[in-house]
Design a protein around this ligand. Sequence first.
Ligand code: CP
Ligand code: NVA
Length: 331
Amino acid sequence: MSHLRGRSVLSLEDFTQGEILELLKLGAELKAAKRGGYEVQRLKGKTIALIFEKDSTRTRSGFEVAAYDQGAHVTYMGPGGSHIGHKESVKDTARVLGRMYDAIEFRGFAQTDVEALAQYSGVPVYNGLTDEAHPTQVFADFMTMPEFCSKNLKDIKFAFLGEGRDNMTLSLAMGAAKLGMHMNIGSPESLWPDPDYMARLHRIAAQTGAQINLEADPKKAVAGADFLYTDVWLSMGEAESLWADRIKLLLPYQVNAELMAATGNPAVKFMHCLPAFHNTETSVGKDIEKRYGISAMEVTDEVFESEASIIFDQAENRMHSIKALLVATLA
Ligand code: CP
Ligand code: NVA
């Protein structure tokens, strides 16, 4: 793994198929080691800055617990918790943090910001989500799939339902292209990914044998899938005024019992990066119910709570897979 030492994790596009598979294997090994009580600390004395310009539950906890388990220390800088972006440029912040920390995690808006941090800090930088990409989530997702499906990753077929241009869709598609998987993006045409991005995916797919398809018909998109994956219809940082339009466009792509059955696969599993709007137990969920008369959005409570749902395994694997990234790049 020494060839990964010092590397940043900005996008899955920067990694070869072999490197991604190695990192997934390391994640599974670290999970087994923690569960078995034989984990070896390989990051003793390391320091990691965690910058969050947007809120987080899983990504923050994943980085913190992974670091603690491995003997590293973290500093959390939440939204407004540092000068980054408003009083000090990303480039200047990068050069300061690079003098103090061994690595930096960044969650924010522009992909160019996480790239600038990596360019100017001189230490490994991990993309904890930008408007364009969420690579650490995909490592967790591709670590989780084989736990619930006996197929090799390259033989797995999955469908993403919903906002076709959001960070999860784009990153899952990049990961699927790299690993030679079959992914259908079930989304209305007006929300399909940018053609340039699709061309990038198809160039990679031509080498790996992956199939990445766009499909406006939700039932066609899910046919034969091993996994159905969805995400929120409005991402962090997007204008609240977009809700009405998104709900209208995306309600036909809601993952419900009917769509699960339309896969024709009784063993199909449900995935979501979380957080999810599956009931009215959140302030946003209550507000949406009041304004639009729906009690669930991208997934029904029935599917979310069903036996087919593997969402909390995905959430747990955020920590193990992030640990693999830290160990591979820093130890
Ligand atoms: N899936 C995910 O990134 O969750 P958080 O926003 O809680 O980090
Ligand atoms: N697309 C979502 C993912 C959250 C993990 C967002 O950016 O808000």
